[in-house]
Design a protein around this ligand. Structure first.
Ligand SMILES: [Zn+2]
Length: 239
């Protein structure tokens, strides 16, 4: 039986720090959160668009979601710009029956409930045309957890209990979202045309970190992967 695939997308990375305020960098918070969420989920195939502080283009993030045939892609961000609170997004062009609609609801609710002790403002379930939502052929959600330029909310982010609670509620929300959407036929997902991500028969698992039309770009990503400690990384050309 195929496990549901969750792609966790810690926003920003490398030279792109995201929002930076009060000594916090959004890219670090997003990554720490993603790793905590991944550690709390079992029974899923979890893929991260990055596991380190490296730059990954938005196109590559979406490409992973597409290639892995993600059952759910979730992009993790923290906000800035003079507001406060938590908000979640799905693509504005989705119909009311799109699978992302109920997924956003359960995830949003799970998080808001868990954050009750911090009295976080609920900015609501929103829609937007962010690239990772709009260009994503798979169900995709983006969350913006608190405003780093708000001194109170930056301090909340510094509390270890907050990150733990957010990670736990996100993991719970993801499980509920996938449980409810998988009810009809958990094992009926179409067989992966491209078996590069997992191959249950051979026991060989390949982790792909990018697909590029230009060799130069592939070489650059290879260098990044090797610099990040993945000494076994190599380039192969698909027919
Ligand atoms: Zn961001």
């Amino acid at each position: 039986m195929q496990k549901p695939v969750i792609v966790l997308d810690p926003g920003h990375g490398g030279y792109d720090s995201g929002a930076s305020y009060h000594g916090l960098k959004e890219k670090d918070l997003n990554l720490a959160l993603a790793l905590k969420v991944a550690a709390r989920l079992s029974g899923y195939k979890i893929l991260l668009t990055r596991e380190r502080d490296i730059y990954v283009s938005l196109a590559d993030r979406v490409a992973l979601s597409k290639r892995a045939e993600a059952d759910l892609f979730i992009s993790l961000h923290a906000n800035a710009g003079g507001g406060k609170g938590f908000e979640s997004f799905i693509y504005s062009g989705l119909g009311a029956k799109d699978p992302a609609v109920p997924m956003q609801q359960v995830i949003h609710r799970a998080i808001m409930k868990a954050l009750g002790r911090w009295e976080i403002v609920d900015r609501g379930l929103k829609r937007a045309s962010f690239y990772v939502l709009k260009s994503n052929p798979r169900p995709a959600i983006l969350i913006e957890s608190l405003f780093l330029d708000n001194i109170r909310e930056a301090q909340i982010w510094r509390e270890p209990l907050f990150t733990e609670t957010l990670a736990g509620s996100l993991a719970d929300g993801l499980s509920i979202a996938l449980g409810s959407s998988n009810n009809e036929s958990p094992a009926s997902a179409s067989p992966t045309a491209n078996s590069s991500t997992s191959s249950p028969h051979s026991g060989l698992y390949t982790v792909q970190v990018g697909a590029f039309a230009h060799l130069e770009n592939a070489r650059q990503r290879l260098a990044e992967a090797q610099a990040a400690g993945f000494g076994d990384a190599y380039i192969y050309q698909k027919q």
